[in-house]
Design a protein around this ligand. Sequence first.
Ligand code: BJW
Ligand code: ZN
Length: 244
Amino acid sequence: MEIDPEVLSIIQRAKRVTILTGAGVSAESGVATFRSYKEETKESLWSQYDPQKMASIEGFLKNPNRVWQWYQWRRSELKSKKPNDAHKAIAKWQQSKDQRVTLITQNVDGLHQAGGSKDVIELHGNIWSNHCLQCRAEYKGNTDGVEDVIECPKCGGQVRPSVVWFGEALPEKAWRDAESASYSCDVFLSVGTSSQVYPAAGLAALAKSQGATVIEVNPEPTESSVVDYFIVGRAGEVLINILN
Ligand code: BJW
Ligand code: ZN
């Protein structure tokens, strides 16, 4: 594939690049996305499960074991997944001496870190961590094979995965860092996200309001309305081409 030379030159001239990634970046590692469905006929999560039941506090309180087991299943699926070309290309880009590249992700799978990225701003938490719903203490134990919700050793509350569910606030520091990286970049690159979930989807508009060029990478059209350039393609091949 070839990328429009005009877009390439805008990216190359940028001093500060902020990248926002979504589930599409992990799709080529074989991780199911939430909404879109296409990649190697893999069903998306929300075509099989009700987000209100699985990814909201109401759903958890109603049936904690069902939600817990769903996350345990996703963790077991993720165990064998490896970072792909997109994760690796972004990690390499972050090491550039000429450009400052900030990575913001909505993904909870940890594959960016596994691919070598160091400072990853995780907007929706991390699926490998757990904390108590009641006292918020981090639960550090290994949960492999644990079928039912664990009781917090400190207060007896229920232990939950440390991800951000619908209706919950994003982690404060991550959100602050994401906002400032979006405010201050020359290029905002949105990769593999359907841009339907807020507030993350609003970062592109924030960047644009400060004069950044917004570039999107996705094989499919998205909900985003502020895009200056849309690169049609898969995350891995597009990022490799941008870097070469
Ligand atoms: C490829 C590819 C390849 C495929 N290469 N690409 C304003 C307007 C409307 C609604 C709201 C609003 N503000 C808030 C809301 C409510 C809600 C929301 O946005 N709802 C919308 C769905 C309408 N937002 C929230 O509730 C947020 N909280 C909040 O606003 O709190 C307010 C508050 C403030 C103060 C105090 C208290 C409360 C929280 C949102 C949390 C989202 N959580 C999830 C689950 C995480 C845990 C888990 O993993 O289980 O996060 S939902 C899910 O969606 C997950 C994702 O991170 C997120 C985004 O999905 P993403 O990454 O875009 O994936 P897909 O599947 O949608 O798209 C994949 C894309 O990849 C597609 O475009 C493909 O084409 C593409 N693709 N192959 C490149 N090879
Ligand atoms: Zn507790």
